[in-house]
Design a protein around this ligand. Structure first.
Ligand code: NAD
Ligand code: DAU
Length: 332
């Protein structure tokens, strides 16, 4: 049994990870989360009090971070500003949280000699052409496009440097696009599902031909736990489940699942600098650590996700109007 400090554990993927840990291991968890607009304490409902301690605070608060890291066996670092669109309108919090916050955690794990796992994104590798057979591997050079992905790339580089220079025991994982329960309504899939629940047409940026490589958040969580248990220190592991699909095909699938005509959507203004395609080659994770995804059928996984948003309107409704007002102001 171990005690994990999970940063960003009230966010989408962090809360899925906390549920996964509590359901599949004897570990106890402390969540450190600032509860920004993206954090939601209700995402942690149902977790027994003897397994979870919640601390509201900022990962850039060095004294608070030091005191929490001192009591942990390992830190799993999810906290971040995570939305590309927001990084285009206001990059400052991305630099503060994703770069300075990660630096603050690294200094604490260095002082206390605590194992660190850094959660990152495939977006650090830039994008691929639609007709390119290549996928991202651990050897792909960094080429981030947006303020968000450049701050995530910066944080990855800090982790590598702290491993090499100070002997910090860290691993990094770079995952593709997640879907599943507890995802904020600003993101593509929950935005379209909740629009459809409210009778509003889905909104596709530009032509909608951009491709994302979808993975269920539960599979991401299992991969992270596996890396924490058996990953080699200093190594990067790419996480993906061969879930490539164009945005327009995802929208058509959602329309079909929700009983609407497949052309019942609108094209809206494109995202500036919009990455065309992401695709992960997860061979290293599969062969070295024996991880395999459980959700292999995107249609079935999306159908479960639609059911979750239908059943949990009180979770997402408070954020919906403000999110849509912000999109409308940008013509999206
Ligand atoms: P999210 O926006 O849903 O959650 C982020 C959480 O971090 C929120 O609870 C927020 O309150 C918290 N937070 C933000 N700033 C903080 C600060 N300064 N101090 C403490 N807490 C703070 O994000 P997500 O989609 O769950 O992403 C989690 C992590 O996974 C991020 O590091 C992201 O880069 C990475 N990632 C996300 C995806 C994806 O598809 N969503 C894919 C690959 C990697
Ligand atoms: O690849 C991993 C990344 O996936 C993570 O690092 C990010 O934190 C996460 O937000 C996600 O980034 P994307 O920018 O790919 O996700 P988003 O949900 O914002 O958009 C997915 C695709 O859908 C993208 O091509 C933009 C498009 N889109 C998005 C919205 C919100 C639309 O067409 N319409 C929309 O309304």
């Amino acid at each position: 049994m171990a005690h994990l400090l999970v940063t960003g554990g009230a966010g989408f993927i962090g809360s899925n990870f906390v549920h996964h840990v509590v359901n599949t291991t004897p570990h106890t968890v402390t969540v450190l989360d600032a509860l920004t607009y993206a954090g939601n304490l209700r995402s942690l409902n149902g977790i027994p009090a003897d397994r979870l301690t919640f601390v509201q605070g900022d990962i850039s608060d060095a004294d608070l971070v030091d005191s929490l890291v001192a009591c942990a066996d390992a830190v799993v670092h999810y906290a971040a500003e995570s939305h590309n669109d927001n990084s285009l309108s206001n990059p400052a919090p991305f630099v503060q949280t994703n770069v300075v916050g990660t630096f603050t955690l690294l200094e604490a794990v260095r002082r206390h000699k605590v194992r660190f796992h850094h959660i990152s994104t495939d977006e650090v590798y830039g994008d691929l052409e639609l007709d390119d057979p290549a996928k991202f591997t651990e050897q792909t050079p960094y080429r981030p496009s947006s303020p968000y992905s450049s701050t995530k790339a910066s944080s990855d580089l800090l982790v590598h440097a702290w491993v090499r220079s100070f002997g910090v025991e860290a691993t990094i994982s770079n995952c593709s696009n997640n879907y599943g329960p507890y995802q904020h309504v600003e993101k593509f899939i929950p935005r379209q599902i909740t629009n459809l629940i409210r009778g509003v047409r889905p909104r596709l940026y530009g032509a909608g031909t951009n491709v994302r490589d979808w993975i269920h958040a539960e599979d991401h969580s299992a991969a992270v736990l596996r890396i924490l248990d058996a990953g080699r220190i200093g190594e990067t592991y790419l996480i993906g489940a061969n879930g490539e699909k164009s945005n327009i095909d995802v929208v058509r699938l959602l329309l079909q699942l929700m009983g609407r005509a497949e052309d019942d959507f609108d094209h809206v203004a494109d995202r500036p600098g919009h990455d065309m395609r992401y695709a992960i080659d997860a061979t290293k994770l599969r062969t070295e650590l024996g991880w395999e995804p459980r959700f292999r059928d995107l249609e079935a996984g999306l159908s479960d996700t639609v059911d979750w948003y239908r059943a949990n309107e009180e979770w997402w409704a408070p954020a919906k109007d403000a999110t849509e007002a912000a999109y409308a102001a940008k013509g999206q």
